[in-house]
Design a protein around this ligand. Structure first.
Ligand code: IMP
Ligand code: MG
Length: 187
């Protein structure tokens, strides 16, 4: 097969914010910082399903520290574009994290409600340390303060999809981050 040509974005996407190449370059930078900060430590790497799955998979392959992989699934949104504020654990960790160096890997921080809840919940389990890495951050939408140690990109208040992020469970497979056309979620 020949090299695939660059496809136009999905018709529901109004603008590509970060291309595959930009995502990869930023991932390298994040991994470099994590590798430095965790020198001599084993990382308990916690991907937050489902949105962070592609980011987590890319990131962990760039980490050259000893690492254990686990996942949590939480639900803070229905299928809509705005948070309800209620957080539920749908899938918990497989192992205890007491005394471990936990790195939570999330797709996006929006209101902060999900990560605030997760952080409190995980801190109660007495890890040796707890840090948060989010691929995207929408600071304008923050309702509750949550310390995010590693941020891929800060973005304005747009609803974005792709690279794991969905709207109503769609678009997670797009290889770039795109701004969803408002008419798609405004009906
Ligand atoms: P928070 O609790 O409001 O910070 O929301 C975090 C979760 O909301 C993320 O893990 C995403 O699943 C979802 N979310 C927030 N903003 C967006 C977006 O722009 N596109 C897709 N999902 C989003
Ligand atoms: Mg979601």
């Amino acid at each position: 097969m020949s090299t695939p040509s660059r496809q136009p974005p999905h018709p529901d996407v109004q603008e590509v914010l970060f291309s595959e190449a930009e995502i990869a370059a930023r991932g390298e930078g994040l991994a470099a910082a994590i590798n430095t900060d965790y020198a001599g430590l084993e990382i308990y790497f916690v991907g937050i399903l489902k949105g962070a799955a592609p980011f987590a998979a890319d990131l962990l392959r760039r980490i050259d520290r000893p690492l254990r992989l686990d996942f949590m699934a939480v639900s803070s949104y229905g299928s809509g574009a705005r948070s309800s504020g209620a957080v539920r654990i749908l899938k918990d960790l497989e192992e205890g994290i007491a005394g471990r160096h936990v790195l939570v890997v999330e797709d996006i921080v929006d209101s902060g409600l999900t990560l605030h809840y997760l952080r409190e919940n995980l801190l109660a389990r007495r890890p040796a340390s707890l840090r948060i890495c989010a691929f995207l951050d929408k600071p304008d939408r923050r309702k509750v303060d949550v310390p995010v140690d590693y941020v891929g990109f800060r973005i304005p208040d747009h609803f974005v999809v792709g690279y794991g992020l969905d709207y109503a469970e769609r678009y997670r497979n797009l290889p770039y981050i795109g701004v969803l056309k408002p008419e798609v979620y405004q009906g």
